[in-house]
Ligand binder design. Sequence first.
Ligand SMILES: [Zn+2]
Length: 173
Amino acid sequence: MSKEIITHRCGHSVETEIKPPMKNFHGKMKRNYFDGWQEWRIAQLEKELCPICYEKERNEKIEKENREAQEKSQKRNLPPLTGSEKQIAWATTIRINTLEYVEECLVQKKEWANSAHKEENRLSRNKKVDDMEEAANKILSINSSKFWIEERASLKSIENIVSNAEVWLKEYK
Ligand SMILES: [Zn+2]
């Protein structure tokens, strides 16, 4: 392990500990191998922002995303969310991303439904799509930021939305 002064692409120089990629790296690997790796790692770090600029850029990106989500939500007349200011900002972004994802899914699923050759299949598939739309509309009525934040992983799957909508409504409304 060694400490190096890294000059990042933002121009800031930061003393950084160059850690071996795995435990006992020194013991297991030959010294010249580590030196080669260390050189590569330093070059890589130099191409990155320093931790402070990285954090700043990341926060600005999140703020921008949240602002855009807020504007889109207003345009679509989505109901206001409840929670702390921070929760609302985050949940607004998750909700609009979910909505856009669901809309895209529905377009695809409708195509799939109508592509069935047999009429009975067409009908049963369209029924499934209607169920998806209904489930999505139900969860859109949930105003609790907590819901959107806690279930954000599940909300990435239309199948999960369909199977959980009722439970979520009871739990979060
Ligand atoms: Zn910097």
